[in-house]
Design a protein around this ligand. Structure first.
Ligand SMILES: C[S@@+](CC[C@H](N)C(=O)[O-])C[C@H]1O[C@@H](n2cnc3c(N)ncnc32)[C@H](O)[C@@H]1O
Length: 235
């Protein structure tokens, strides 16, 4: 049986969302429902399949891939400096979304602090994470990533804002239309990046579509894959 959650139900389970203005779920076209022990995200608008939480399978997939083929040719890991003299132990994933990139980083052995500002996306993920004991190295937090700027000195930051045509690899599947419709474009990304670059972070990696313009001038180098690019800024 499906049980739909109202905003007030979620606030009881996730009190950290209380400061967010009311109405974010009840006035949205998206719905979260519980079926057995899992939570799902669906949208009235797209008519696509609901989004399910399948992170154990994704983690196992990446652990298998990295064991078989190694880490050094994976573009995101390369961009984060895995082949460098001092590879990171901990990554801040500032745009957690569906946690796909966080899961890859966890499979590679990094500890990850992941941040999400959309309360519906956050609720969907966090409600499911309560049953996900297989992710002990993930710390998941709610908020705008610039709320935590003071933590970023000497750290490794990963920033993947949503653009109109970008992120094809992660969000082209039909059911991911639910996610796209919910989040929309992160129109403040340029301004956020300026603040990240001024935070004293050791390395900032920005995911871009292959042909998208560079977002800030102090670029150090780029790691390219077929449809994506990782722009790397070093301090
Ligand atoms: C393109 S998605 C990220 C996808 C993610 N890398 C993945 O693998 O699933 C962008 C996500 O970051 C969130 N976001 C964008 N800007 C943010 C910010 N400044 N602080 C926190 N979250 C942010 C959006 O709400 C959205 O869920």
């Amino acid at each position: 049986m499906k049980t739909y959650l109202k905003e007030s139900d979620i606030l009881l389970l996730l009190p950290e969302l209380a400061p967010v203005a009311a109405g974010w779920l009840d006035q949205s076209d998206s719905r979260i429902y519980q079926q057995q022990n899992a939570f799902y995200l669906e949208s009235e608008l797209t008519g696509s399949k609901p989004l399910a939480f399948q992170f154990e399978a994704e983690l196992n997939f990446w652990q298998g891939q990295l064991k078989q083929f190694g880490k050094k040719d994976v573009p995101l890991l390369k961009a984060l400096g895995i082949t460098g003299a001092h590879p990171p132990k901990h990554i801040y994933d500032l745009t957690a979304g569906m946690l796909k990139d966080s899961i890859l980083c966890l499979a590679a052995g990094f500890k990850v602090t992941a941040c999400e500002r959309n309360p519906i996306v956050y609720s969907f993920i966090q409600l499911n994470l309560k049953n996900a004991a297989y992710l002990p190295d993930l710390h998941y937090q709610f908020g705008h990533c610039v709320d935590y700027l003071a933590d970023y000195a000497d750290q490794y930051l990963y920033f993947d804002p949503m653009f109109e045509i970008a992120n094809k690899s992660a969000y082209s599947k039909k059911n991911m239309q639910v996610f796209k419709g919910l989040v929309g474009a992160d129109a403040d990304a340029q301004d956020v990046l300026s603040q990240l670059l001024a935070s004293g972070a050791k390395r900032v990696v920005v995911k871009r579509a292959d042909k998208a313009p560079v977002m800030a001038g102090q670029l150090h180098h780029q790691i390219k894959s077929k449809t994506l690019r990782f722009d790397v800024y070093l301090s």
